[in-house]
Design a protein around this ligand. Structure first.
Ligand code: PEP
Ligand code: MG
Length: 835
């Protein structure tokens, strides 16, 4: 069987077949041969030779066809390095001609022989001569040959070697076509990706039923959608590939089935052999494989095997099962799962196989999918919730006034905003799917409708599906896959935890979020945004009263109302986290997020403050800022109105002394830019701690930390760290301030920036390692200079992003903190980096 043709190798167990020279299919076939599977004779043509053929070079097809012995039929299949880089379709039954047709008519019957010949003529005519397939439909063999000759002005080639040569060059050239190039580039193939070809002896799959079973099919032993052990696939009598070739061809069930005849019953030995081969592939190739098989007159042949296609949840279950059975090490099972794939398992997903009518696209801001009726106000969402209706809340952008409506909705869609906008951050915390920056829809809040980019109008009550994992708004109810946080999910994360060396905490503002974080085994809360604790029913008003207070007395009265509320909140968080560290950030309300936006909000506020509307309007006027993200926020509020932080510190300490097991609360100061800010706040908090110690008679400790989220704080981290035991980098604001790029407005031009390659990615999603990253490195290094044992972390949205985790781990950070639903992704990503 050996041939002496340059670039062509007969595949034997010991032949030198390499994925990078002959492609993945050739390599896999060699593995199957090594396992002793009945693979028909196969020759591999390497990338270089195929490349030369594409340029007009020739291969000694005569010698190659002769190597198969007398009168063979062969197939040619593509073999690119990675299976999903594509390749031209296979051509089967090469070698069919008048003489073979006559001989096969005799052996297999005229029907089978004619079907094989017709199929070959049609595929040669379309794939090699590039004729229109319809030309040949329903024709007799003779007519087909005449049609071919008329179209091509030359007879259909009769010589097998000539046929093979033409097929090889057509397939080689197809790989160089523009569409094929673009397609594989989109799938991650390099510019110079090569194509190999495998030439294999045909097993016909059609035959004389009296001589035994003939047919073809594929079989796999796990479900592609769940990964559970289940035999699936198909088997078709008298067929090649998916195509039935003879009347009387019929589909059989693979395993025994009450609905009809099965391969297991009609050919028990073959069925047993297939199971054996599947098991061999699993243990020896260390992978679940789908096997392509053909039978001819009762003899089984294995033509190919490919990795079973799988959803994320199936991938998890397969990897865990392989490791549990000792086939792969646990660490390898962890590495086989892409961290982001865990998001698919945590949330409902739009069925990837469904074809769906799209309304619009936006930024995928919070993963998962949900179906519901459109509503255009928070109040409508809440009303729908009381009727137990599922709704998608649509807003231009959201504010704290919308938060209750967001709780009531199944998904959030915003015309504006980016990945760290209010809507995105809240939705991620709630685990709701969210699409923001859908700038090609136009919302008409008065008419309670939205207009899609094609002009269609969608009104309140219309059903849509929101895909927050992919940024899609889909018309109607799309089929969804439910979340699957099963044993496999827990097991793989346990294995990940054993291997990672950076801590993972969660950003939690509410008891619900803390419970989610605890369920996902977060090691603590790395950021509790206390201003978010005032979004709930009845809480926004005292908070607004506090912001609105004009005199210290008024403010003290508002703070008196807030103190017990905060104390109870902190107590609950401490208790849920059961001794794990909890970092509470002092108030950081960008004022524009807390002021009423519309007339109704102002009227409500006027009523609750017992003030005339005009007074409220005037006060809003005084408080409103040109650039609220850079205004009276964070520590600036704490310095200007010390009572606020004093109240919060008291609430934290009073809660801590009531908690058991005892916690050491961590208090964090936001938006610092100068050492003196920290010095001032620290001395006041120390004083409150001393008071609570003496009032309660309980001695306790606390840690004071600083958020590094202005460039200046990173640059001055050494002196700041003198007052801070930990530094937590707020990469949302740090990105905003490093670029001078508004978190809330960047969505409007971000897609243009990414398209024009100004930014490789949205820097609010993907840490800008060059710029913001350098500030992190400088901040970490200087922070450690000021205090060698300072604890370093990040708590911006980047905390859950695998590349960002790798970056901060390399910079020596101690932990990352991210949205609760991101915790599993972060645990997995951290393990990948450490392995
Ligand atoms: C940050 O700026 O990165 C941060 C965590 O704080 P916030 O998002 O609340 O501004
Ligand atoms: Mg911030």
């Amino acid at each position: 069987h050996e041939v002496d043709i340059a670039g062509v190798t007969y595949i034997t167990p010991t032949a030198n077949i390499r994925p990078k020279a002959h492609g993945g299919r050739a390599k896999c076939l060699q593995r199957l041969i090594r396992l002793g599977l009945p693979v028909p004779d196969t020759y591999a043509v390497d990338f270089d030779t195929v490349g030369r053929i594409a340029q007009g070079g020739r291969l000694d097809a005569e010698a190659l066809i002769a190597a198969f012995g007398a009168d063979p039929l062969v197939s040619v299949r593509p073999s690119s390095e990675a299976a999903d880089w594509g390749g031209p379709p296979s051509v089967l039954n090469i070698g069919m001609n008048r003489a073979r047709h006559a001989a096969l008519s005799h052996r297999l019957g005229p029907g089978a022989a004619a079907a094989l010949y017709a199929r070959f003529i049609q595929s040669f005519a379309t794939q090699v001569a590039r004729l229109n397939p319809d030309l040949f439909d329903g024709q007799s063999i003779d007519r087909m040959l005449v049609t071919y000759e008329e179209q091509m002005e030359e007879p259909f080639p009769d010589e097998p070697a000539e046929q093979l040569s033409a097929v090889l060059s057509a397939m080689a050239r197809a790989w160089d076509g523009t569409t094929a190039r673009l397609l594989r580039r989109a799938r991650g193939a390099p510019e110079n990706a090569g194509l190999g070809l495998v030439v294999q002896r045909m097993v016909l799959g059609v035959g004389n039923p009296a001589s035994g079973e003939s047919g073809s099919g594929v079989i796999q032993f796990v479900s592609s959608s769940t990964g559970e052990n289940r035999i699936t696939g198909r088997y078709l009598r008298q067929s090649q590939g998916r195509e039935a070739l003879l009347p009387g061809a019929g589909a059989l069930y693979l395993g025994r089935d009450t609905r009809g005849e099965s391969l297991e019953e009609s050919s028990p030995q073959i069925y047993a052999d297939l199971q054996l081969y599947g098991g061999l592939c699993r243990t020896r190739l260390r992978e679940e494989m789908q096997i392509e098989f053909t039978m001819h007159h009762g003899a089984l042949h294995i033509l190919d095997a490919v990795r079973v296609k799988r959803t994320s949840r199936a991938a998890l279950r397969i990897a865990v099962a392989l490791a549990t059975d000792g086939i792969i090490p646990e660490g390898e099972a962890v590495l086989r799962i892409a961290p982001r794939a865990l998001l698919d398992v945590l949330h409902p997903q739009v069925d990837p196989d469904a074809r769906l009518p799209l309304i619009a696209r936006g930024i995928a801001a919070s993963p998962g999918a949900a179906t519901g009726k459109l509503v255009f106000s928070a109040a409508a969402a809440q009303a729908a919730q009381s009727r137990e209706e599922d709704v998608i809340l649509v807003r231009r952008e959201t504010t704290p006034d919308d938060v209750l409506g967001m709780h009531a909705a199944k998904g959030i869609l915003c015309e504006r905003g980016g990945p760290t906008s209010h809507a995105a951050v809240i939705a991620r915390g709630l685990g709701l799917p969210c699409v923001v920056g859908a700038s090609d829809i136009a919302i008409d809040p008065r008419a309670r409708s939205l207009r899609g980019p094609d002009g269609s109008i969608y009104a309140e009550g219309d059903v849509v599906t929101l895909d927050g994992s992919d940024g899609r708004v889909i018309q109607g109810a799309a089929p969804l896959l439910e979340p699957a946080m099963d044993d496999a999910f827990r097991t793989i994360l346990d294995w990940a935890d054993e291997r990672r060396d950076i801590g993972i905490r969660a950003n939690c503002d509410t008891p619900d979020a803390a419970r989610t974080a605890a369920r996902f085994a977060a090691e603590g809360i790395g950021l509790c945004r206390t201003e978010h604790m005032f979004f709930d029913e009845g809480r926004l008003t005292p908070m607004r009263e506090m912001i609105f207070a004009e005199s210290a007395d008024d403010r003290a009265a508002a703070l008196d109302q807030l103190l017990p509320v905060q104390r109870a909140d902190f107590l609950e968080l401490f208790q849920i986290m059961a001794g794990k560290p909890v970092t509470i950030r002092l108030l950081d309300p960008p004022l524009h997020e807390f002021l009423p936006q519309d007339r109704k909000g102002m009227l409500d506020l006027a009523a609750s403050l017992d003030l005339p509307l005009a007074a409220v309007e005037r006060r809003i006027q005084t408080l409103s800022e040109f650039n609220p993200m850079l205004g009276m926020r964070g520590v600036r509020l704490g310095i200007a109105m010390p009572e606020i932080y004093e109240m919060q510190a008291r609430a934290i300490f009073e809660a801590a002394v009531q908690t058991s097991p005892r916690v050491t609360p961590e208090v964090m100061i936001p938006l610092v830019s100068a050492k003196r800010e920290v010095e001032l706040v620290k001395s006041r908090i120390d004083a409150v701690a001393a008071q609570v110690r003496s009032e309660s008679g309980v001695d306790f400790d606390y840690h004071l930390g600083v958020m590094v989220e202005t460039p200046r704080a990173a640059l001055r981290a050494d002196e700041i760290a003198e007052y801070a035991t930990f530094l937590s980098f707020g990469t949302n604001d740090l990105t905003q301030m490093t670029y001078g790029l508004s978190r809330d407005d960047a969505g409007r031009f971000m897609s243009a920036y990414v398209r024009e390659k100004v930014f490789a990615d949205d820097p609010f999603l993907q840490l800008d390692t060059e710029g913001v990253g350098e500030l992190l490195t400088i901040g970490a290094e200087r922070g450690r200079r000021g205090r060698p044992d300072v604890i370093l972390s990040i708590c911006g949205e980047h905390g859950g992003d695998p590349d960002s985790i790798a970056f901060v781990r390399a910079a020596g950070f101690d932990y990352v903190s991210c949205s609760p639903y991101r915790v599993p992704v972060a645990r997995m990503a951290a393990a990948h980096i450490a392995i």
